[in-house]
Design a protein around this ligand. Structure first.
Ligand code: ADP
Ligand code: MG
Length: 367
């Protein structure tokens, strides 16, 4: 099922009574989710992810804008008639019901002609449980399960009605690191198997990047960029997106363009033909640095951390806008130092420049 959001806006009265201005949680948000894809809705806490999801599910009514499932305008359709499956961060299972009865619950609530026979309901519950691999726990209560198992029950409960759309709001945030990894792979598998169009909300860029067909990056209720994870990582449209994606984070420096050269301090570090003179932010990915005795980029070495496969070189530079520059180099490469400095050349496609004021990316000619 394709989902189309058209100019969605949601205003709330401010929770802080002293502020009379509305909060614009979602601001003129438009995008189209192709049928059968898994979309990662990504952004910092408070940027409007849950509000967007809640408007898709029908739990919140948009202030303006329309929502379509396929060709149907569902903007006015109540949540229970939209055919969406929901999973939240805090599992929200019924504690007094067994796993089986938690999964059966949405089916038992079907009314009239949609009502299923007992056998069919049980069969569907078994299938959903099997899909998330909790069949052996059907007679337990939620309190007798681990967090990861509880979240699987919640997913089974969302899947049992074979929803047209699956909406997941930070579903892995309460799990420990190992389970989070495992469950996200599981989610991906289930999504592939069922082909259900899925929106996965998270503030964790790595999580979104790893399982999504496309990511949608939001900030302050406003859509920043949509694309395949790698595309967005390689071609961020603005400084915010560049900083939000990637661990370790991109290194940002104050720089300027003069006569087709990019300067950081007094050092020309790269040719940027065709770019007009101006002040810029220079974003350099950690993997952009190549140790090079004759390299144009010179930084004072702080520390070298060896981490098996890679080596992390920590350094300082007067134009750096953060604290410590992090560069990741192959552990086979030797870090050459001279009088306490390291020298690097830079991979041009891993360096992004942004206008100092607008923070929008400055396109350059390919080199
Ligand atoms: P996210 O899920 O990305 O953390 P939310 O969608 O929950 O963000 O919230 C977006 C903004 O809207 C926040 O500033 C939040 O405080 C505000 N907000 C959300 N729900 C309400 C509400 N019911 N009343 C007032 N403000 C709200
Ligand atoms: Mg939220």
């Amino acid at each position: 099922m394709k989902v189309v959001l058209k100019n969605l806006t949601k205003r709330f009265p401010n929770r802080n009574k002293k502020i009379h201005e509305d909060v614009i949680a979602v601001n003129d948000f438009s995008f189209e989710i192709p049928d059968g894809q898994l979309i990662g809705l990504l952004g910092p806490s408070g940027c409007g992810k849950s509000t967007t999801l809640n408007m898709i599910s029908g739990l919140e009514k948009p202030t303006s804008g329309r929502i379509f499932f396929g060709d149907d305008d569902v903007t006015e359709v109540p949540a229970e008639n939209r055919g969406v499956g929901l999973v939240f961060q805090n599992y929200a299972l019924y504690p007094h019901l067994t796993v089986r009865n938690n999964i059966l619950f949405p089916l038992q609530n079907l009314k009239g002609e949609n009502r299923l026979s007992k056998e069919v309901m049980n069969q569907k519950a078994e299938e959903a449980a099997k899909m998330v691999q909790i069949s052996e726990y059907m007679d337990r209560k939620p309190s007798e399960l681990s967090g990861g198992q509880q979240q699987r029950v919640a997913i089974a409960r969302a899947l049992v009605k074979m929803p047209r759309i699956l909406l997941l709001d930070e579903p892995l945030s309460n799990l420990d690191a190992r389970l989070r990894l495992q469950t996200r792979e599981e989610l991906r598998r289930i999504q592939r198997e069922t082909g259900i169009t899925t929106v996965f909300v998270t503030h964790d860029q790595e999580e979104a990047m790893s399982i999504s067909d496309m990511i949608v990056v939001m900030k302050d209720g406003i859509l920043q960029q949509i694309g395949k994870p790698q595309e967005v990582y390689d071609h961020p449209v603005n400084l915010f997106v560049a900083k939000f994606l990637g661990t370790p984070a991109i290194n940002v420096f104050a720089g300027s363009v003069r006569d087709g050269k990019l300067y950081m301090g007094d050092d020309a570090v790269m040719d940027v033909p065709g770019v007009a003179d101006r002040d810029v932010h220079v974003g350099i990915r950690p993997e952009a640095f190549i140790p090079d005795e004759n390299g144009p980029f010179k930084a004072r070495l702080s520390r070298i951390e060896v981490m098996g496969r890679d080596t992390s070189v920590l350094s300082e530079h007067p134009a750096f806008e953060g604290r410590t520059i992090r560069s990741i180099i192959d552990s086979d490469d030797e870090v050459k130092t001279k009088d306490g400095y390291v020298l690097f050349s830079l991979k041009p496609n891993k360096v992004h420049i942004f206008d100092k004021e607008t923070e929008l990316v400055i396109e350059r000619e390919a080199q």
